[in-house]
Each structure stands twice: as structure tokens, then as C-alpha cells.
Design a binder for this molecule. Sequence first.
Ligand code: NAD
Length: 347
Amino acid sequence: SLFGLPDQAAHERVLLATDPATGLKAILAVHSTARGPAFGGCRLWHYDSEAAALNDALRLSQGMSLKNALTDLPFGGGKAVILKPQGDFDRPALFAAFGRAVQSLNGAYITAEDVGTTTADMRGLQAVTPFVSGIPRDGAFGGDPSPKTAWGVFVSIRAGVRLVLGRSSLDGVRVALQGLGAVGWHLAEFLHQAGARLIVADVDAAKVQRAAERFGATAVHVGEILAADVDVLAPCALGASLNTQTVPAVRAKLIAGAANNQLATTADGDALQARGICYLPDYLVNAGGIISVAREYRGEGEETAVMAEVSKIAERVEELLQRVQKADSTPARVADDWARSKLVKPA
Ligand code: NAD
């Protein structure tokens, strides 16, 4: 049933936007506006089917509701996916058509970049709609949220290493990084500077080569990274990487990464816990990017203040682990309950 997909609470509205002239096929999912306008990025991706695109949009937008609530942002959750046209396409025209779809929601949904979209795409959208963020601005705060996302993941790993692994620093800690993209690369920089030993994989061999040269990282095959013999696993590629096939092979004791929707299902979080592996929920640790674009959108951006706010993610990690101990539950379940309790209009 379209209205009762498993694992997905009801959405307020879902817009299927098409524009035959540009080839646009997009899904704009507004999960919740209880806390404010739904805020979440726009993904441009080639999907195997329209159903897969819808499923991705719904899962991602629900995740944004939980992320924005747990981060105490005055925004609800939404997400858009554009089904990548086959062959050559006019990118500015496609994004202009997408911008008109965003505009048609009259501010119920605010967009920004995500996988497959860039700051240039967001700048193009600005000509069509004001409901967009993540744009470099002369003399003002703004732009690519990825470094902020990476910083949030880094401080979460640092907190997890201290609280879960009982180690006082990252020096010599072995971290497996799946994906060396916009976030993964910045995370690799932070981890390397802190003395961590990196094991990396990416489908793009050139990025792996650069990581080996710059960070002395050890490269492994993409099929082996999740089972690498490490202390920490940081999934920074795409979603559902932790599933019934991969979870039994994980050797890390701590998982914290940027990818959205890392758990295929909540049961995979239970399975990790049963194996003694602490999974820090993705939407808790990867909120640095939304903090950045939300501040930019509200005109409250300033580098030091944004970084300070992102650093507070580590305090929430600590609070979550305390709640998990008290509740005798898993981090994923406790975070979900915690976030859902905040899915109301902020006082
Ligand atoms: P990106 O597209 O720049 O990077 C993804 C990287 O993963 C690419 O280098 C790609 O080649 C690699 N990859 C793809 N499949 C892989 C596989 N099977 N094994 C190994 N590597 C693989 O995207 P990004 O902006 O770095 O985002 C990464 C993840 O973090 C996404 O799930 C995104 O939704 C999430 N996220 C990003 C932000 C942000 O600020 N960019 C914020 C929150 C969450």
C-alpha cells in the first residue's frame, strides 16, 4: 500500500512532479511540518525503478523529521529525489523545473544539496524559488554543508571511542571508511589529523588512490570494507549498507557514519546490539549539514557558531548512550523514541 509502506510513518504530502520539456521526474516528500517547514536535501540519482525512488524519498524524508527534531531545529522533515534522466540532459533546465515544483509547495518544503547535487545546482534553483539553501554567499555564511556533516561525524566517533571503546584518544584507532565522497573525504582528513589509521574503500579508484597517498590509508575492495578488522566503521556511501547479509560480518565495535538510513530495518540494529556492536544512529551523528544549511537559511550563519553547534552532537551521543543504558534497549530504538517525542511544534 502506498499509504502504509513498512517502517514508514504517514507523510503529510508527497508531490510527484513531472516536466516533459526537461525530462524532470521528481518526488518531493513532506513527512512532517509539526516543528516548522520540512527541510531536507535533494538527491539526483539513477534508480532501478520508480518504486525504488519513492521508497528512497519516503525513508529519507522521515529520517529528516527525526534528525531535525533530535537536533532541536525549528524545521520539519522532507526530502526530494530527482530520477536522473537517461543520457544527456540540460542540467540547468532540469533544476529550474525542479525549482518550480519546490516553489509550488509555497515553503512547506525547503531544499538543499544531497548526493548527486551541487552548490551550483542550488544557486540555479535560487532564481526560481527562495526555498533553497546551501549556496556560497559573498561575505556571508553559506555553501557546501559536507565539511560540517563530516565534523559532526568526527566528534561523534571521538565521543564513541571514549565512551564505548574506553580509549582516551583516536591515536592509533583503526577506522574503516566506506565512501570517500564529499563527507567521507573531509572525515578522513579529521581522522587522519587525530592520528587514526584509515582503511578505505570507494567505487571510484582515483579517490582511493588519493587517500592512500594523502593519509597513508590502506585500500580494501568495496565488498570487504564493512567486514574490515577495525575498531570503528564509518559508512559514508549510500543507505541500507547494514542489513541481514552484512551485519553478521561486521568486526568493528562502534559504527558511526554519514550515510543516511544505514540500517535496512530496525531489526538490523537489534542484530548489531546482539553482537556487541554499538551503532550510533545516522541521523544523530550526521546532522552537521542540516545545522549548517538551516543556519544559513535563517541568516544566522557564522562559521565559529555553526561549528560550535555541530560539536554539540557529541553531547547528544553521550546522552543517547546514557538513555540506552537506562532503557536496556538499542541506540536506534532509543533515538527513534527520543526524536519522535520531539515531533511537535517547538515551544
Ligand atoms: P557523495 O556522492 O559525495 O559521496 C559518496 C561516495 O560514496 C562517492 O565517492 C561514491 O563513489 C562512494 N560510493 C558509492 N557506492 C559505494 C560503495 N558501494 N562502496 C564504497 N563507496 C561507494 O555523497 P556525500 O555528500 O559524501 O554523502 C554521503 C552520504 O552521507 C549519503 O548517504 C548522504 O545522504 C549522507 N549525508 C550527506 C550530507 C552532506 O552534507 N553531504 C549530510 C547528511 C548526510
